[in-house]
Design a protein around this ligand. Structure first.
Ligand code: DAH
Length: 344
């Protein structure tokens, strides 16, 4: 039995040495050391030996088993390292290689202008109106009637406004001014909001006109609001947006929902007031419409014009962007030409 044990030790050691993988080692374990393995069958036969032999052979069997376990564990570690290295070598990445080119997106110039203007007015205490007060699909009632447009006003003509088939009098809004109505129906003064958004007009498209464009509406209603407040706020806006030392001019105008009404001009940024093609020789550029909220509009939304007054204004985002960057065709904003968009 002693010889048999020595042979097991020798054979098993040789097999462990030759093992090429962890699986090979498992097989050695199974053949020699498991319950059905060769060593165990010897241990099972110990009972037939004399006490003296039992002790010697038993001890030897334990030594052999311990030695084999130790050899296996060493070999296991060695094979593990070999396999790990092989894996690392295979999965190695070269971090010095140039990566794939991923073009980076940019903010659209119109979005940029909207963000900039919103920020200017936020700095003067205005907040952005909740979007549910300024739907793009609007009723004629809100877009015109509540804003004091007479029933026969030319803007209500099918030639100027997109009517839908959803229901009679449901239109694509032609201006953001309807948002004033929805805001005041939902909030009593003081009100101090701006509302940017898309508007639609049934027009033939040209370098100067698109049938979709963007406006920013402003509304301030409180006690003791005067035309002086309107001038102060809008002058400050022009100063920040166009830069200091850009003269403004308030020119009397007409809108159904404001009285008095004024259009705000800034001195032409191209010619500095001398007169050129951009300003049609006048030296001035119209940048926004404004006025004191008409008493009829306040009454329409249940605000007492004897107690409250306010002003409103509206500006075209495309126009303001074109003036700032000297862009001469409004269609460039909508063509998605990356060569144009990349310049911003
Ligand atoms: N809604 C007018 C337009 O589309 C612009 C405008 C003018 C808005 C005067 C106003 C305002 O709030 O007070 O032409």
């Amino acid at each position: 039995m002693k010889e048999k044990l020595e042979r097991i030790l020798e054979d098993a050691s040789a097999e462990i040495n030759k093992a090429l993988s962890i699986q090979d080692l498992e097989n050695v374990k199974l053949n020699y050391l498991s319950r059905k393995g060769e060593l165990n069958s010897i241990k099972k036969n110990l009972k037939d030996l004399s006490d003296e032999d039992k002790r010697i052979v038993g001890a030897l069997a334990n030594t052999v088993s311990n030695q084999l376990y130790e050899l296996i564990s060493k070999k296991n570690e060695e094979l593990y390292r070999v396999e790990l290295n092989r894996k690392l070598e295979k999965e190695k990445i070269d971090i010095t290689l140039p990566s794939d080119f991923r073009p980076q997106g940019k903010v659209h110039p119109l979005t940029n202008t909207i963000n900039e203007i919103v920020e200017i007015f936020q700095g003067m205490g205005f907040s952005v109106m909740p979007s549910e007060f300024s739907p793009e699909v609007e009723t004629e009632y809100i877009n015109f009637d509540m804003l004091n447009f007479p029933p026969d006003h030319p803007a209500k003509d099918m030639q100027d406004t997109f009517y839908t088939k959803v229901a009679p009098n449901v239109i694509l809004r032609s201006q953001t001014s309807g948002a004033q109505i929805r805001q005041m129906l939902n909030q009593k003064p003081p009100v101090r909001v701006i509302s940017p958004g898309r508007v639609y007009r049934c027009e033939s498209v040209s370098a100067r006109k698109n049938n979709l464009f963007h406006q920013i509406e402003g509304l301030l209603v409180d006690t003791n609001i005067t035309f002086g407040d309107l001038k102060g706020i809008l002058n400050e806006f022009v100063r920040i947006y166009f830069g200091a030392n850009r003269p403004t001019r308030f020119r009397a105008s007409y809108f159904p929902f404001t009285e008095p009404s004024a259009e705000v001009d800034v001195q032409c940024i191209m010619c500095g007031g001398k007169g050129c093609r951009t300003c049609s020789g006048t030296g001035w550029l119209e940048v926004l419409g404004s006025g004191m909220v008409h008493a009829n509009v306040l009454k329409n939304v249940g605000i007492d014009p004897e107690v409250y007054s306010g002003f409103a204004f509206g500006m075209g985002v495309e126009r303001l962007t074109m003036l700032k960057y000297a862009i001469n065709d409004i269609r460039l904003f909508f063509n998605n030409d990356i060569r144009f968009l990349n310049q911003f």
